[in-house]
Ligand binder design. Structure first.
Ligand code: 6XA
Ligand code: ZN
Length: 343
């Protein structure tokens, strides 16, 4: 399987995120991508190539123009304040406040365009997130050209980013951008399967009222888990998209057997939808050793996960999302991908 990787990800390296009352070192680190790349090479998964450049066009198919402008200029506006650290939001237009008047000051913009404070913006963030989206778009192109699968080693991740909001380490929604590119490339029905531990709130909202992109997610129950405010089982789509959204929230402590049973439900729905191509939001923070998550999958279970996904028989693009057990992340990711290739 081809891996698409860009070293530009190093240009995004947040110092800290706000978590449980403290600024803590970012769980989402450059080392994650390097560990995955090292295991991809060591285990001979296949060739590794750099992404093509796609520019703003395919990003704007998913994200609003004002949001892209914000991301492009945020660092410069932040620097104009004379600050030396990363830009981080601290005030949000929550219930009762106005969203109809976009703020002019960068502090206001940071909150206006985010859902939380786990999104540091550094000098190289905009370049890194564009390269990350280019990895996903290159993967979509390769699959459109006939490859049976590809792995976009995206960093930063994307599934929490909505059309107009960053959040949870995510800035551009790589999986959504790739799925939209597949649609624009002529695939009539695309499914996105999100196996990250966290609900892909951004991806869900982007496609919520659409019948052409099916979204299925297995994740920690939002009653007790980030992102808390989306991802419940009764969210089934709206308008034309009614029935094209499937959430399978699972409790803390979910075992591999329970997880794989839920996966079977998601795969059956994707098959019934008649998907012609699949995008997998591949997070491995379902791992038992993950420092911020509460499922108990072992490394071998990721091979099974890959095999089960392969049984759908669809052209498949894997897009990297979360996973923070840095010593195991690469092995777990390659287990999924090699399980997919050798079912
Ligand atoms: C914010 C937690 C963000 C979760 C990131 C993640 N404190 N998403 O792994 O998939
Ligand atoms: Zn996650």
């Amino acid at each position: 399987m081809l891996t698409i990787y860009s070293p530009e990800h190093h240009r995004h390296h947040g110092a800290a995120e706000f978590y449980r009352g403290k600024l803590v070192p970012c769980f989402e680190s450059p080392e994650r991508a390097e560990q995955i790349l090292a295991r991809v090479k060591e285990r001979g998964l296949g060739p590794v190539r750099a992404p093509d450049r796609f520019g703003r066009g395919p990003l704007a198919r998913v994200h609003s123009g004002d949001y892209l402008d914000f991301l492009a200029s945020a660092w410069e506006e932040w620097q104009a304040l004379g600050e030396t650290g990363d830009a981080l939001p601290y005030a949000w237009p929550a219930a009762g406040l106005r969203r109809d008047v976009p703020p002019a000051h960068i502090d206001g913009k940071l909150g206006f365009y985010s859902i939380d404070a786990a999104v540091p913006i550094t000098a190289g963030t905009w370049d890194a997130v564009q390269a990350s989206a280019d990895c996903a778009l290159t993967g979509a192109r390769v699959v459109l050209e006939g490859a049976s699968s590809a792995f976009a080693l995206c960093r930063p991740p994307g599934h929490h980013a909505g059309a107009r909001a960053m959040g949870g380490f995510c800035y551009l929604n790589n999986a959504a951008i790739a799925a939209q590119a597949m649609r624009d490339g002529g695939v009539e029905r695309v499914a996105i399967l999100d196996v990250d531990y966290h609900h892909g709130n951004g991806t869900q909202t982007i496609f919520y009222d659409r019948a052409d992109v099916f979204f299925a997610s297995l994740h920690g129950d939002p009653a007790v888990e980030y992102p808390f405010f989306l991802g419940h089982a009764d969210e089934t789509g709206a308008g034309d998209g009614l029935g094209a959204n499937l959430n399978l929230p699972l409790p803390w402590g979910t075992s591999a057997a329970e997880y794989l049973a839920a996966l079977a439900v998601a795969l059956a729905r994707i098959a019934a939808f008649g998907a012609q191509a699949l995008v997998v939001s591949l997070g491995v923070d379902t791992f038992e050793g993950d420092p911020i998550s509460h499922f108990t999958l072992g490394s071998d279970d990721f091979t099974t996960l890959g095999r089960r996904i392969a049984a759908l028989g669809l052209p498949t693009l894997f897009v990297m999302e979360g996973g923070y057990a840095v010593g195991d992340i690469g092995g777990n990711v390659v287990n999924v991908l090699s399980g997919f290739e050798k079912p």
